[in-house]
Design a protein around this ligand. Sequence first.
Ligand code: C2E
Ligand code: CA
Ligand code: CA
Ligand code: CA
Length: 378
Amino acid sequence: PINDSLGHRIGDDILVQTANRLRSALPKQELLARFGGDEFVAVLSHLDHRDQVLTLVEHLLNQFHEPYRIEDIEVSLSATVGIADSGLPFHHPMELIQRADVAMYEAKHRGGGAWQWFSHAMDEGMQLQVEMRAFIHDAINQQQFELFYQPIINQKEEIVAVEALIRWQHPQRGFISPAEFIPLAERSGQIIAISDWVLERACGDRARLKELGIPTISVNFSPIQFYRDDFIDKIKAAVENFAIKPGEIVIEITENVLVRDSEQIQWQLEQLQELGFSIAIDDFGTGFASLRYLGTLPVNILKIDRSFVQNIDHNQRNAAIARGVLAMTSELGIKAVAEGVETDAEHEYLRKHDCALMQGFKFCKPQPLDKLADWVKE
Ligand code: C2E
Ligand code: CA
Ligand code: CA
Ligand code: CA
């Protein structure tokens, strides 16, 4: 169990320790690099046979048998490995990494400790990734994105905010869900361009939303954005350009942001809050953040993930978790939003347990701005 006293450094410690373990398990002459959040790439240029590679891969995986000790806590991790063989023809070295990546995702389906060679049977997965990247590239250039808005309501069913949610209507493929393309864009770096677009559009729509009497707008931010030095300057510039008060913008981040590089994150969040922005923790309960964070981090809003809201009226486990979160937020003076409220029964249950804010299909689906305006005027 991850205990509160671990503080903020756990994610960093684990990454550093992992890098050290992998480094010491690899022959000196082979290259090891960190690749994205928790992925590493090893380039094995001194091995000739598959058997040698597999022996080394097993050796690497064995490095995870020993639990990590961080302060007085034991943490167990597992890893999966994807392997691409330079014996298969390729056009560009990047292709090798992509193949290893696709193979790793295959291995992941079989759980921790698994490894998988890339084979042409996986070409389709690979093709899909490459194609998707090209699609996203076009979508950015040809402005195929739209921004929808979903109301967040209080107990009197007044709109206190809207959440901005991106939509992508591809000319041939039709609607592509953000749940599908955002993770891909995060891995390709295209998320930065997408996020810039979202922020710009949200700020551009702010005036109309204000006319509709909607006090704040909630915007989703990807963890990747927090790793960029210009992150805060960009948000500042955006609100200044559109003459928006920071207090009218809520920055939604998932709790996993809090687990990594947290000293820097804490500093960034403090900066943002000092500027007047509100911070919401999205999908609360699905990640690894320890409750301790909430006491120390500048957080204004907790969004209880839909998975805990579903059937809350008759799922006792969900109900217990949600009540716990509500009690905690009220004690900490943080606002709670229940996400994904779909039924009258869920709504009623949450109301009875003093959940002040809710969002979900029960009230309104995400809509384009014009439709939202109609809904508000009804
Ligand atoms: P999220 O931030 O948790 O957004 C809430 C999701 O729940 C939205 O899905 C919304 O349409 C859906 N939802 C709201 N009420 C209900 C309900 O009552 N029932 C059900 N079944 N679903 C409901 P959506 O729009 O498909 O977005 C999925 C995820 O994609 C978002 O989850 C967010 O993580 C990401 N995303 C969407 N727009 C953006 C964006 O502009 N930037 C970034 N970085 N991520 C985004
Ligand atoms: Ca969100
Ligand atoms: Ca959410
Ligand atoms: Ca989500």
